[in-house]
Design a protein around this ligand. Structure first.
Ligand code: HEC
Length: 274
């Protein structure tokens, strides 16, 4: 089904970022594009993705979120976050403000390691400096810990910075990947989430990219934990593309680019998705 629609979509013209444009211009061009394409969806509603364009689905979402089936998982994440390491310290000791209202600053670019640092990387760095075993990316423990830890930043506006040459090249690498055609269906992430945002695929309206990075990890069907990069892999598979490894440099750059695009939107973690 997706394939049929993708084939039709091939005829579409993509909104391509201008080669000389930087992050500020790119973001403005995307916001203008969505505003023109979806005039009835307000900026702050972008965080609801597909639900922002479907009133009954949004009502169902609100009902589920008022009594989330994953609250037990978040409690488990809280216990893991608060559990002292062998040296007596906890995760809170590694993060500014004990981890409150800081997740919106991630990912950031580290000029020393010349790499993008995701929130998950920061969790593992904390384990490392405290002599603990690192967690697997995409593993349950990492998912539960980040689901809770990022909820400490609920309401914080995403505030990702791209400053300096190294940061800009990581951003541009993420952007390149997003607009590049992948897989046998020859589609880019942008062909759906930029050019066809709001059009239905398999009964769901395709979400706009702006807002997607504000609410991860999420719970698919209310129970299956999924990180942002696991979602990248799923979309890549759906279009017959090659999913990359979790925490690969390209996926981290992609996360950096996409999260920058969500700047100014309030975070909420975790959330329900179908
Ligand atoms: C053929 C169209 C198509 C392509 C191409 C595509 N996606 Fe998706 N994507 C979807 C659909 C359909 C959904 C589920 C409905 C929704 O939330 O948009 C989705 C969902 C998502 C979500 C979850 C949104 C949320 O609010 O939780 C993310 C993130 C995402 N895609 C990223 C990507 C990335 C990155 C790429 C490129 C590797 C990509 N997608 C390529 C169709 C597509």
């Amino acid at each position: 089904m997706i394939k049929t629609i993708c084939t039709i979509m091939l005829s579409a013209v993509c909104l391509q970022p201008a080669a000389h444009a930087g992050p500020v211009e790119d973001r403005q061009a995307l916001l203008d594009h969505y505003h023109a394409l979806l005039p009835n969806v307000g900026f702050t509603d972008y965080v609801y993705g597909t639900f922002s364009m479907d009133a009954p689905a949004k009502r169902q979402y609100d009902d589920i979120m008022s009594f989330p089936p994953f609250s037990i998982d978040v409690d488990e994440g809280q216990a893991l976050w608060g559990k002292p390491f062998k040296n007596g310290k906890t995760f809170a000791s590694c993060f500014e403000n004990g981890g409150k209202n800081i997740a919106g600053n991630y990912p950031y670019y580290d000029d020393n390691t010349r790499r993008v640092v995701t929130f998950e990387n920061a969790v593992n760095a904390c384990l490392g400096i405290n002599g603990e075993k690192l967690l697997e990316y995409g593993g349950k423990q990492m998912g539960l810990i980040t689901a809770y830890a990022k909820s400490l930043s609920d309401g914080m506006k995403v505030a990702v910075k791209v400053g300096g040459k190294g940061a800009l090249s990581a951003y541009l690498e993420g952007r390149r990947y997003y607009y590049e055609k992948h897989g046998k269906d020859e589609e880019s992430c942008a062909s759906c989430h930029v050019d066809h945002a709001g059009k239905p695929i398999n009964g769901e309206k395709v979400s706009m990219m702006v807002g997607q990075a504000t609410h991860y990890p999420e719970f698919i069907g209310g129970t299956q934990l999924m990180t942002l990069q696991q979602r990248y892999r799923q979309c890549a598979k759906n279009i017959g593309g090659k999913p990359l490894n979790l925490n690969s440099e390209t996926y981290n750059d992609l996360e950096y680019f996409m999260t920058y695009m969500s700047n100014g939107l309030p975070m909420q973690t975790p959330v329900f998705r179908k």
